[in-house]
Design a protein around this ligand. Structure first.
Ligand code: CTP
Length: 399
């Protein structure tokens, strides 16, 4: 299994240890080599043999057990791991790692690994909220360790509150993301990237508005890609159903005006600005503070032009690389080039919104990137995350 991606799972002693079995099994289904290390107390909750059977690997608990092959086990596992997950993570293991204590197989291996370490804490609410535990967590976060927040609910001890191990699917997703981002070059380190995503609302009265079909997916993937490449990312987002990406500063807005304000507040010190939002071009002429009552005749609403944010950015551009999107249904190339020029952009990413399996709401996209030097890069249909990666490759000139 040496060529496979490897996830090392540290299971520490809590009632949620049995849930780690589902994590092992989900990762094995993705053809990932899973190595389990259990603490002594974890073995009181679940037998090592169960983890052994599911992972199809020997389970390590004892540092001083006779090794099966000549290798110093905590070092070889530490090197082999692409990602290290501790689930459930007790207050004890968090405290040990935060304070440099390495006195068993799990804590020594965590100490020796260079892989990303993710903790999924699970414990009694009062323990979780204890200031010492929280300060250990903050310290570890500051050192680059990641945490998957525990959920709230009824705990094994009967208490209600925060401390339940996060949902297994959320944990698995996070591990898969970490595996994926591991090989991404950190070529945006030190760069500030500002992204807009999602739709905006044109409010009509306190309960009504018009908007568009943007789901925000493309912009959120761009934000994740920039983050994984090492950038300092700010995402200005219209209303979406998407989870805010971790490690990204998200500013939620609703209207064109609010988006403009948030973007301009962050514009001056940004290096790259990518506007993937579907911004409303019109706002209602006379907003009604009261809910509009129905009448017998037709309802006629008048809309007036609102800010073209991207155009304003183009006018104020200094050293920023400015990237726009063009959602088109006809004359893609002509329209995209016109927008590139009119809005003083460096790049424009054009997509054909008439295609049903790409564009709005879809996970895939098929785009053409136009550059200000007249180049045209036609990309095949690919996942939106991959499109995000190609956009940065183009900006950084690696194709
Ligand atoms: N954009 C913007 N402000 C607007 C409208 C669009 O900042 N009021 C930005 C979008 O975020 C996108 C680009 O401009 O990056 C192109 O958006 P699109 O709607 O395709 O183009 P428009 O310029 O609005 O032209 P049209 O609607 O006539 O196609």
């Amino acid at each position: 299994m040496e060529n496979k991606r490897c996830v090392c799972i540290g299971v520490s002693g809590g009632i949620a240890a049995y849930k780690a079995l589902d994590i092992v099994s989900a990762l094995r289904k993705k053809d990932i080599d899973v190595r389990v290390i259990m603490t002594e107390s974890a073995t009181k909750f679940v037998a090592p043999l169960t983890f052994q059977s599911l992972s199809q690997n020997m389970v390590t608990t004892d540092m001083f057990a006779e090794p099966k092959a000549f290798e110093i086990q905590h070092i070889s596992l530490a090197k082999r791991a692409d990602v290290f997950l501790v689930a459930p993570a007790t207050a004890n293991i968090i405290g040990k790692v935060a304070n440099g204590i390495a006195d068993d197989m799990l804590s020594t291996t965590i100490m020796a690994t260079k892989a990303k370490v993710i903790f999924a804490p699970a414990m009694n609410t009062n323990m979780y909220e204890n200031k010492i535990v929280q300060s250990n967590i903050e310290k570890l976060k500051g050192l680059g360790y990641e945490f998957i927040e525990p959920a709230s609910g009824r705990l094994a001890c009967g208490d209600e509150g925060r401390g339940k191990l996060a949902d297994v699917n959320t944990i698995v997703e996070k591990v898969l993301d970490a595996l994926e981002s591991k090989d991404i070059p950190k070529d945006l380190l030190g760069k500030k990237v500002l992204i807009s995503a999602g739709p905006t609302y044109s409010n009509i009265d306190p309960v009504r508005f018009i908007t568009n079909k943007s789901t925000g997916k493309m912009g959120y993937y761009i934000a994740e890609e920039a983050r994984d490449r090492g950038a300092d990312v700010t995402l200005v987002s219209g209303p979406t159903n998407l989870k805010p990406p971790s490690g990204v500063k998200v500013i939620n807005i609703t209207t064109n005006e609010e988006m403009k304000e948030a973007i301009f507040e962050n514009y001056d010190d940004s290096d790259i600005v990518i506007k993937s939002a579907a911004v409303a071009d019109y706002k209602i002429k006379n907003y009604s503070n009261d809910k509009i009552k129905k009448g017998d005749g037709d309802l006629v609403l008048t809309f007036v032009r609102d800010n073209d944010i991207l155009k304003l950015l183009g006018e104020k551009k200094t050293n920023q690389i400015l990237v726009g999107f063009a959602a088109e249904s006809t004359n893609i190339s002509e329209n995209a080039r016109r927008k590139l020029e009119n809005k003083n952009l460096d790049y424009i990413v054009a997509n054909d919104i008439t295609s049903s399996d790409t564009g709005f709401g879809s996970d895939d996209n098929k785009v053409v990137i136009f550059t200000k030097d007249g180049e045209e890069i036609n990309l095949d249909k690919m996942s939106k995350r991959k499109v995000a990666s190609k956009i940065f490759d183009t900006i950084l000139r690696k194709r």
